[in-house]
Write a protein of this length. Structure first.
Length: 311
């Protein structure tokens, strides 16, 4: 299968190991221009979030740093003996698998016209546990087992709990109005007794998110703030639909409204059910994750303060 920009970038990241997000995004955008891909400014950030969801890298947006994740062999739920290779993807590891005559299947989900192409997904079929151990050994990777379930079990509530001071009087301040689509409304930092809700304040050119509850301010990231606001408004942004044609379906599809960005680990728990980044439904404005066990979807929802809606 031909290499895409995503494949080249992942291999480069695997060799370099870590760096700044600013420099990496500049490299992504430069590579896209070399093949005449004119993408929106947010495309490189979305690609990085997808790479994190797939377990290829870790992102620290506050510190502005990225780091490649250790190589891992991850079993897929209900995959009838199918695992995916995640994390560091050095060329020598791929060649070692070929030299050992270990069959690796390549697949790719087509990227949208406004997306940076994703790297191909590498699948390792197996019929026994020992075969999965052998793949991990040859690829110099960790045998991570059923990561989607392990990550889902480890998720903790995302409710903002860290108190903070009120917005500065001279800062630019906005309050979240509509959620779907997400809209912000300009408000005055000097307003007496601001109403509860999610706010963002511009500090040194960057947005800082904070929520107001019971006359107190709490700092948070955008994702935690949005889901806390959904809880306050008694609204839901996540739905699960069982696979059609099965009387007792324990796997299905998860739909997440675009206005509700999932935290990194929650997104990873869902993406590692297939080894693909989410599909995006333009009509319904949703991110779509396939092959998700109901138990995994339920744990993701619970940690976000949501009740799983089953369609």
């Amino acid at each position: 299968m031909d290499e895409s920009i995503g494949d080249i970038l992942l291999r480069w990241m695997s060799e370099v190991g870590s760096g700044t997000i600013v420099n990496l995004r500049a490299r992504i955008e430069w590579m896209c221009r070399t093949v005449n891909l004119d993408l929106p400014a947010h495309a490189s950030g979305r690609w990085l979030k997808d790479m994190s969801s797939l377990g290829h890298c870790e992102l620290d947006w506050d510190a502005g740093r990225w780091a490649i994740a250790p190589a891992a062999v991850v079993a897929l739920p209900g995959g009838d003996g199918l695992a995916v290779l995640a994390g560091r993807r050095r060329l020598r590891a791929v060649r070692a698998l070929s030299d050992a005559e270990i069959w690796i299947e390549e697949a790719r989900r087509e990227s949208g016209s406004d997306e940076v192409p994703a790297p191909k997904t590498l699948y390792a079929p197996f019929s026994a546990a020992q075969e999965l151990i052998d793949v991990a050994h040859v690829a110099e990777a960790t045998n991570a087992g059923l990561s989607c379930d392990r990550i889902a079990r480890s998720l903790v509530p995302t409710k903002p709990v860290l108190p903070t001071g009120p917005p500065a009087y001279g800062s630019a301040l906005e309050k979240l109005g509509a959620l779907f689509p997400r809209e912000w409304q300009v408000v005055r930092p000097t307003q007496l007794k601001p109403p509860p809700g999610l706010y963002r304040e511009k500090v040194n050119g960057r947005w800082r998110h904070l929520t107001r509850r019971d006359d107190e301010w709490f700092t948070c990231d955008l994702s935690a703030g949005v889901f806390a606001e959904l809880v306050r408004r008694n609204e839901s942004a996540i739905r699960w639909r069982p696979e059609p044609g099965r009387q007792v379906a324990d796997t299905g599809t998860v739909f997440v409204d675009w206005g509700a960005p999932l935290p990194a680990l929650h997104s990873r728990a869902l993406a590692l059910c297939t080894g693909f980044p989410p599909r995006f439904g333009a009509v319904a404005a949703t991110a779509i994750f396939d092959n998700v066990p109901r138990t995994v979807a339920a744990r993701v929802c619970t940690s976000l303060g949501q009740t799983l809606a089953v369609e």
